[in-house]
Design a protein around this ligand. Structure first.
Ligand code: SF4
Ligand code: SF4
Length: 697
């Protein structure tokens, strides 16, 4: 083909492709930036760049699953490296002798990545066939994903790479190949060998045909991706850059201003309509790769509930696109500008209530806020924040939430604890300790190092009290001075906050902060991970800054320093259950295991789902106070896994987990399937057996 004709064809396709891409990109940009403000994003530039390097360029999260991780790694880097071959293809349109360099090393790198991407595509195909939802139903992580679009995407990437190798192969025989007779560009050479029987003219025609085919497929791919569910290829990079750091767990993403003085008619708490979603939440929605890693780890989904974090994101995304026309038209009308490409949607779509019209109430209230979805998501989507934002709207604006939560909220508000037992019971656990625990009245004495934050469960639940007593006895034995607030301690507000009652949380938090400040408290040891998370990670946003330790952190420190000396052998097989609010939310994985490691005789057997893949006990997200009527019970699922290790003791470090696992163990014991001797204990209780001269019952 004449050089001018092929140049004209190549450029015509490019201009058309660029116009379609620019139009769509502008539409997406407008749709995302039309979202509500999301303050503080990428404010820590260093951390944001570190995350971008690790999670995007290093593919850190994806590489945790080596098979698909490596396939994705090579595809991602293949896209970057093979941009050079696209430049070479365009250069060839202008000049047959165009070359970035004649250094054969570049030819090798390009060929290596081309082959690596081909291998990756084969790997993706096998994974998709093996995980086909039609075969495996809910158990497939691709259940509910747009699998057909994924196949089209794989086919187009295959087309881009195949045409690149083919045009280079033809170039070998036309003499236009930049790397002379070197065999470093091995794949191109092999293909060139296959074409070597053809005439030079035929190879020239093949070179032109494959270059033009590559340009057509490439721009077709860009346009398809921007209009499909595979947008993540282009938007996951900014999504990771603007995600919460160090990760979107621990404290919730926002602490709304609940001051009545600052409220207006327009004040909205939480997310009730698509227009309430922040720009970051909208970016989250269009960044989802539909990989299903979140769904695969979700305890609600695993136990037959209707909640899948992936489907929540996908449903919200569908609704965002369906509302786009209205949202952008409204914005254009407000600014007097053009509406642009307002694709999708009819009138009244954007004002639909998200719950129940887009997200069913049973989906919303099934979440335990365990954070497994956030932890797994390769593009750093912040599911928990979005779910709690929708809960906030339901509770604070609509007053629509499961009726059984009413009692818990009323108890926290009126009695200072979810059970409604009141402050008079807060010191009952100290009665048979054998030593006095100082109760702070006025300010904490100078010679007292720690304020022991006991927590509602630790003070009021019979089983959790045993942990509280064990911690107190261990600290006492180690010579650590501590005091408690006793009746002045009140619920941190965590259950109210996770349920969506931000107002009650802030009321509780402010009262507690005032109490702690008035008592001159600086250092706190908490035995409940939920209290630990609230005081250490959430109270700072409300002016409460304290140095907070979980009891396992302090005990491990005392053991390492030799201040606590385990003596007695505890000949037990123990499995450790990671509490979500200690592990995933606060990354305290090693210290509880460190405590167990110090106890002579203890043989630790890890469960398959442990550490950052730990499976929730079912109590978080205020689920402790809600009925669990759908599917199977989460605590039973987790306990069965623990029992399958053959452990004599299921250990944990959270009163909620302790209660949930103990309930499930007792249920199994009542069925006669589990020996009566199996016990659920906090790691502090196990340690106490080894440290104390007598074994507490
Ligand atoms: S936080 Fe846990 S329960 Fe909630 S959606 Fe995510 S994985 Fe599921
Ligand atoms: S939300 Fe994240 S983990 Fe879940 S399907 Fe989307 S990209 Fe995958």
């Amino acid at each position: 083909m004449n050089q001018d004709i092929r140049l004209a064809l190549g450029l015509a396709v490019t201009v058309l492709g660029m116009a379609l891409v620019a139009r769509r990109a502008l539409f997406l940009y407008r749709l995302v930036t039309d979202g509500a403000p999301a303050p503080g994003r990428a404010s820590d530039v260093k951390e944001a760049l570190k995350a971008e390097l690790a999670d995007v360029f290093g593919q850190r999260k994806l590489l945790k699953r080596p098979g698909p991780g490596l396939a994705h790694f090579f595809t991602f880097w293949g896209f970057i490296v093979l941009t050079l071959t696209i430049i070479e293809a365009y250069g060839d349109l202008f000049s047959k002798t165009f070359a970035i360099t004649s250094w054969a090393g570049l030819g090798f790198i390009e060929d290596f990545f081309a082959v690596a991407v081909m291998v990756a595509l084969a790997t993706f195909s096998i994974i998709r066939i093996k995980n086909s939802p039609a075969r495996n139903d809910r158990k497939s992580r691709f259940y509910g994903s747009h699998t057909r679009a994924a196949w089209y995407t794989l086919a187009m990437i295959f087309g881009v790479i195949a045409t690149l190798l083919l045009y280079r192969g033809a170039q070998v025989d036309t003499g236009d190949f930049p790397y002379g007779k070197s065999w470093w560009p091995f794949a191109s050479r092999l293909i060139g060998g296959a074409f070597s029987g053809l005439s030079k003219g035929a190879n020239l025609d093949l070179e032109t045909a494959f270059i033009l085919a590559q340009i057509v497929i490439l721009w077709g791919f860009f346009v398809f991706v921007l209009n499909s569910k595979h947008l993540h290829i282009f938007v996951s990079e900014p999504n990771v850059l603007f995600s919460r750091r160090p990760k979107a767990l621990g404290p919730l993403g926002t602490t709304p201003d609940m001051d009545p003085e600052n409220m207006t008619e327009e004040t909205v708490f939480g997310t009730g309509q698509v227009s309430h979603l922040t720009w970051k939440q909208r970016l989250d929605l269009i960044s989802c790769t539909e990989c299903g890693r979140c769904q695969d780890q979700c305890p609600a989904w695993a136990t037959g509930k209707p909640l899948s974090p992936k489907l929540v994101i996908m449903d919200l995304r569908e609704h965002l696109f369906a509302s786009a026309g209205e949202l952008l038209a409204k914005k254009a009308a407000a600014s007097g500008g053009p509406a642009g490409d307002a694709a999708g949607g009819g009138v009244g779509v954007a004002t639909k209530p998200l719950v129940p019209d887009v997200i069913a109430p049973d989906v919303l209230w099934s979440c335990t806020t365990c954070g497994a979805c956030v932890e797994q998501c390769p593009v750093d989507i912040e599911h928990v924040d979005t779910i709690v934002d929708m809960r906030r709207y339901q509770v604070l604006i609509e007053a629509e939430f499961p009726t059984e939560a009413n009692l818990m909220l009323r108890n926290v508000e009126n009695r200072g604890d979810p059970w409604g037992l009141g402050s008079s019971q807060r010191l009952a656990w100290t009665e048979d300790l054998g030593f006095d625990v100082p109760v702070v009245s006025g300010t904490i004495p100078d010679d007292v190092e720690y304020l022991f934050w006991v927590g509602c469960a630790g003070a009021l639940d019979e089983r959790a009290r045993r942990t509280t007593q064990a911690v107190a006895r261990l600290l006492h034995q180690a010579g650590i001075s501590f005091a408690v607030l006793g009746p002045k301690e009140s619920c941190t507000g965590d259950p109210a906050r996770r349920l969506g009652n931000e107002y009650l949380f802030q009321t509780q938090a402010q009262t507690n902060i005032e109490t702690l400040k008035a008592a001159g408290v600086r250092k706190i040891v908490a035995s409940c991970p939920h209290c630990f998370n609230s005081i250490a990670r959430e109270y700072p946003a409300l002016g409460g800054n304290f140095e907070v330790y979980h009891h396992t952190q302090l005990l491990e420190k005392l053991l390492s320093a030799g201040t606590l000396k385990p003596i007695n052998r505890v000949e037990q097989k123990v499995t450790y259950h990671d509490p979500c609010y200690l592990g995933r939310h606060n990354e305290v994985y090693d210290e509880p295991r460190g405590v167990l490691g110090h106890v002579p005789g203890v043989k630790v057997e890890e469960m398959h789902r442990c550490r950052n893949k730990g499976f929730c006990c079912g109590a978080g997200g205020s689920r402790m106070w809600l009925e669990e009527n759908i599917g199977t019970r989460i605590n039973v699922n987790r306990t069965d896994e623990a029992l399958a290790t053959g452990a004599d003791v299921i250990s944990t470090a959270c009163p909620y987990c302790l209660i949930m696992l103990d309930d499930a163990t007792k249920a199994r014991q009542a069925e006669g399937t589990v020996p009566e001797s199996v016990r659920v204990m906090d790691v502090a209780q196990l340690l106490e057996q080894s440290v104390s001269a007598q074994t507490p019952s």
